[in-house]
Design a protein around this ligand. Structure first.
Ligand code: ZN
Length: 393
C-alpha cells in the first residue's frame, strides 16, 4: 500500500515535469519570466526558441535555405530583460558547428567579444552555451558586429563628401535595395576594381574594405598621385539583401553570389557584369581586382605561376613590400590555378588576365589591426601599380 502511494506520487511529479516547454517560432518574440529574445531587426537570425527555464532558452540556429551552404553559422538576436539576471542561451546548430565568438552590444554600434569563460562548446561543436549578464538595458548578441546596409549608406555618402570620389548607383538588389559604388577619376583608362560583402557574415572583410578604400581616397602624396593615373571603382556591399536577412551565404535568390560570376543569373552580379561591359566599351582597362571576404585567418587567394598575370609576379612584389610593415599582422598567400570560373577572382582573371585576388580577413582578427593592415596593403598596392604602369610605358 505504501509502495503504491509512493509510485502514484512519483507519476504525478513526473507529469508536472514533462509539461511542454513554451516554443516560439522565428519572428515571434520569445518570452521567459526574465527576458525576451527578439529577432525583429535587420541582420537578425535566431531560429526557433524554446524556453527551458526563466533564465535559459535554447535556439535552433539554421541557414536561410536548404541549398549548399558554407559553414558560416550566423546568429543575431536581442535580449530584452524584465529584471537583472544572467541569461543562459543554448545555440543548437543543425548539421553545423559553432564558429563565431559572440559579440555583445547595448547600442548595436559599439561591440565587444563575450568573455571566453562565458562560452562553452560541446565536443562535436553542435551546441554552444553562452552566458550573458543582463542589467536593465537590452543587449544584442551577434556572431559578428551588425554592419547593416544603413551603415554602408552613411559610410558611402560620408566618403563621397570628404573625398574626390563620386557616389554612383549600380542598381537595385532583388529586394530593391540600392547597391552603390564609389568612383574616383572616371576619365582614367586604367582601373582598380574592388568588391565587398558578397557573403553576409563576412564582417571582418568589411572593415578591411572600408580602410583600404579610405586609404586609396586619402589626401596623401601617394594616393593623390595614384588617383591622377588610375580610376578607382569600389562596390562595398554587393549583397544587401543577404546582410539584412541575416543569411549565412546567399542573396534573396538563394544563390551564392561568388558562384555566379559569368553566369550572372542574379541581379546583383549581373549589374557588375554590365558595368564591366560599359567600361570595356569605353576602352577602359581593369588592372587589378580585389574581392573582400572573411575566413578563419588572414589570407590572400591569388593566381599562381601556372596562370601568369599581367604584370607578372604582382602578388609576390606586393606582399614583399607590405610584409615588413606588418609585423603584428600575420597573413599568408594561398596561390592556385583558380579553376572554378564562376568565382569572382577567377572570372576577372579569365576576362582580363590581370592580378585578381580574394582578400580574406580572419573572423576574429582584431578590427583595428585589420584596418591598419588594409591601409598598408592599399599604400603598397598604389606604389606598385604606379611602378608597373611606368614600366609598361
Ligand atoms: Zn566569402
Amino acid at each position: 500500500m505504501f509502495r503504491k502511494a509512493a509510485s502514484v506520487t512519483l507519476v504525478l511529479l513526473l507529469g508536472a515535469c514533462v509539461t511542454q516547454a513554451p516554443v516560439f517560432d522565428a519572428g515571434t518574440p520569445c518570452k521567459t519570466a526574465s527576458f525576451t529574445v527578439v529577432d525583429g531587426f535587420g541582420g537578425a537570425r535566431r531560429g526557433r526558441c524554446e524556453v527551458v527555464a526563466a533564465d535559459h532558452v535554447r535556439l535552433s540556429i539554421r541557414p536561410e535555405d536548404a541549398g549548399y551552404i558554407n559553414p558560416s553559422p550566423w546568429y543575431s538576436f536581442q535580449l530584452d530583460p524584465f529584471e537583472a539576471t544572467t541569461a543562459v542561451i543554448s545555440l543548437h546548430y543543425t548539421n553545423h558547428k559553432h564558429r563565431y565568438i559572440p559579440k555583445i552590444s547595448t547600442d548595436s554600434l559599439s561591440w565587444s567579444a563575450l568573455d571566453e569563460k562565458n562560452v562553452q562548446v560541446s565536443d562535436d561543436g553542435s551546441l554552444a552555451t553562452i552566458i550573458v549578464p543582463l542589467g536593465t538595458d537590452a543587449v544584442w548578441v551577434s556572431a559578428q558586429e551588425l554592419v547593416m546596409p544603413a551603415i554602408y549608406e552613411v559610410w558611402t555618402s560620408h566618403t563621397a563628401e570628404r573625398t574626390d570620389a563620386e557616389l554612383e548607383l549600380l542598381g537595385y538588389s532583388m529586394a530593391e535595395q540600392p547597391i552603390r559604388y564609389l568612383v574616383s577619376n572616371p576619365s582614367a583608362k586604367d582601373v582598380l576594381f574592388l568588391v565587398g560583402r558578397q557573403h553576409p557574415p563576412e564582417v571582418s572583410g568589411a572593415f578591411g574594405f572600408f580602410s583600404f578604400t579610405e586609404t586609396l581616397l586619402a589626401n596623401t602624396e601617394v594616393a593623390r598621385r595614384f588617383r591622377t593615373q588610375f580610376q578607382i571603382i569600389a562596390i562595398p556591399l554587393l549583397n544587401p539583401d543577404g546582410v539584412l536577412d541575416g543569411n549565412w551565404r546567399h542573396n534573396r535568390g538563394s544563390t551564392d553570389l561568388n558562384r555566379d560570376w559569368g553566369v550572372f543569373k542574379q541581379p546583383e552580379t549581373r549589374m557588375v557584369g554590365e558595368l564591366l561591359d560599359r567600361l570595356d566599351a569605353e576602352g577602359k582597362r581593369i588592372r587589378v581586382f580585389l574581392d573582400f571576404h572573411s575566413t578563419d585567418r588572414n589570407v590572400f587567394y591569388t593566381q599562381d605561376e601556372t596562370v601568369p598575370t599581367d604584370p607578372p609576379n604582382f602578388f609576390e612584389r606586393w606582399f614583399s613590400r607590405a610584409a615588413p610593415r606588418l609585423s603584428d599582422y600575420a597573413f599568408t598567400n594561398d596561390a592556385g590555378p583558380g579553376e572554378n570560373p564562376v568565382v569572382g577572382k577567377n572570372y576577372m582573371y579569365r576576362r582580363y588576365g590581370v592580378p585578381s585576388a580574394t582578400y580574406e580577413v580572419g573572423d576574429e582578427t582584431d578590427r583595428e589591426a585589420a584596418r591598419q593592415a588594409a591601409a598598408v596593403f592599399a599604400e603598397e598596392l598604389m606604389g606598385l601599380m604606379l611602378e608597373t604602369l611606368a614600366e609598361s610605358r
